[in-house]
Design a binder for this molecule. Structure first.
Ligand SMILES: [Zn+2]
Length: 464
């Protein structure tokens, strides 16, 4: 990005907050350890209400109007502090649920007995996501401690089901659109870049998953006695799949690409400057060549193009030696990663129509879908967000127009209509979802600084 980040040094108000963070850093780390002692494992429904109540207390103590709101699953914590007329309102999103900690024997120290080793806090949730939203809370606290007020209006939304796919988030947001109305959304989640350089992500790919189920005879039969007479459902799926994507990597479903919005010039420049190199990927995965089309830049493929992936193909005999069997059923699981403005429902309908036309006997079963999301790089809040990250780190952020993976970010961009920025506070090797999950103390403190700088920058917009 052609942006000059080295303009003014931090304004006095922000420097004072940074100084407060610095002089309280040991205390802040101790309090993080205390918070991490509370398990909140959504998939096993362990400790969810206890941690939700803890968060309500923490935010109420800061002067927020905070409450726990029940959903059909785990409760949501919602809190608001809106006392600066004319200033923007930022919605901070995080999740207080964590992954189950097993295998327990692989942990150096127990997952819910946080320990510090080599400048890192080790515990389940240290990075994903307690350490990150706790940093956001401490950013709020630090502003309030130093200045007695926040520079802008803040809503906090902490869900308890992110680790199980956020099944109730969209419904919750739809039901509370008025109460969640905000000018922008900022999420602190995910690991940072390998280099340690900070990241800001402006979008995510969506997903549409489905299964193809083929059946022929009512049981497996002898491939000699009945081969050539009884149809083979594996061949049925092989032929069908071959009509869905060609050797050039083109997805050959009618209308599949209709709604794809090509990247803007600034998105292309940002993607190119990430220097995602084909050679690096080949080396990492031991590949001779990349998937077709081989001439398309890696960043383009990961950010601006949809995919069609066969996740698994099951059927027939795969054991030792040979078995001359003609199987009677076969199953394929697939996903398509979608880009702005493809809609999973529309894509699944097109896929299903294709299957009906080319292999009418094959059953098409929808499994999962999430819309893609994208915030324009030239959003009116882009400069503030980028400068906040720069102010906290002293390093320019890497700008990802789109994350190749899927997050339910559309609930903010499409349901609330707000620009949405994801700023990972955790380290690249946070080991999220794995044993020995951790956050470096450096990342944790920079997270608090980033949160503080963001609030300060947003407050300045009101005066400008
Ligand atoms: Zn996670």
């Amino acid at each position: 990005m052609n942006k000059s980040f080295d303009q003014s040094p931090c304004a006095k108000e922000l420097s004072q907050v940074f100084a407060h963070i610095d002089s309280n850093k040991d205390l802040f780390v101790d309090r993080l350890l205390e918070y991490l002692r509370h398990p909140s494992i959504s998939v096993e429904n362990i400790g969810m209400e206890v941690v939700a109540e803890l968060l309500v207390r923490m935010l109420s103590d800061l002067g927020f109007e905070a409450q726990m709101i029940q959903t059909p699953g785990c409760p949501v914590v919602m809190a608001r502090w809106e006392r600066v007329p004319g200033a923007p309102t930022v919605l901070l999103y995080g999740h207080y649920d964590v992954q189950p900690p097993d295998p327990l024997e692989a942990w150096v120290s127990p997952p819910f007995e946080p320990r510090i080793r080599d400048g890192r806090v080790y515990a389940r949730g240290a990075g994903d996501n307690k350490g990150q939203h706790f940093a956001q809370i401490l950013a709020l606290e630090s502003h309030l401690a130093v200045h007695g007020r926040l520079p802008c209006n803040v809503l906090f939304l902490l869900e308890g089901e992110e680790e199980v796919g956020s099944p109730n988030l969209a419904g919750f947001v739809r039901a509370h659109v008025d109460r969640l109305k905000s000018d922008l959304v900022v999420t602190a989640d995910g690991p940072g870049h390998e280099s340690g350089q900070p990241i800001i992500t402006y979008g995510v790919r969506g997903i549409a998953s489905f299964e193809l189920r083929a059946r022929a005879a009512n049981r497996d039969v002898h491939s000699g006695n009945f081969g050539g007479v009884v149809p083979n459902p594996i061949w049925t799926l092989v032929h069908l799949l071959a009509t869905m994507k060609n050797r050039d990597g083109e997805i050959t479903i009618d209308g599949f690409y209709d709604d794809v919005v090509p990247p803007t010039d600034i998105e292309r420049v940002a993607a190119t400057s990430l220097r995602l190199e084909a050679d690096h990927i080949k080396q990492e995965f031991g590949l001779i060549e990349l998937d077709a089309p081989t001439d398309r830049p890696v960043a383009d493929r990961l950010m601006f193009h949809p995919t069609f992936t066969i996740n698994g193909f099951h059927g027939g005999y795969g054991g030792a030696g040979s078995k001359t069997v003609l199987p009677h059923e076969a199953l394929v699981k697939c996903d398509a990663r979608l880009v702005e403005r493809q809609n999973p429902e529309d894509i699944l309908a097109k896929m299903e129509a294709h299957v009906k036309k080319n292999a009418p006997g094959v059953e098409f079963v929808r499994t999962e879908s999430t819309l893609p999301s994208k915030t324009p790089l030239d959003s009116p809040f882009s400069d503030v967000v980028q400068h906040a990250v720069y102010a906290a780190h002293g390093v320019e952020p890497l700008i990802y127009p789109t994350l190749p993976a899927t997050l339910p970010d559309y609930v903010f961009t499409k349901l609330l209509g707000a620009p949405s920025f994801v700023i990972p506070y955790a380290n690249y090797d946070e080991a999220n979802h794995a044993p020995n999950e951790n956050i470096t103390i450096d990342c944790f403190l920079k997270g608090i600084r980033t949160g503080a700088a963001l609030l300060d920058g947003l407050g300045r917009l009101a005066g400008s």
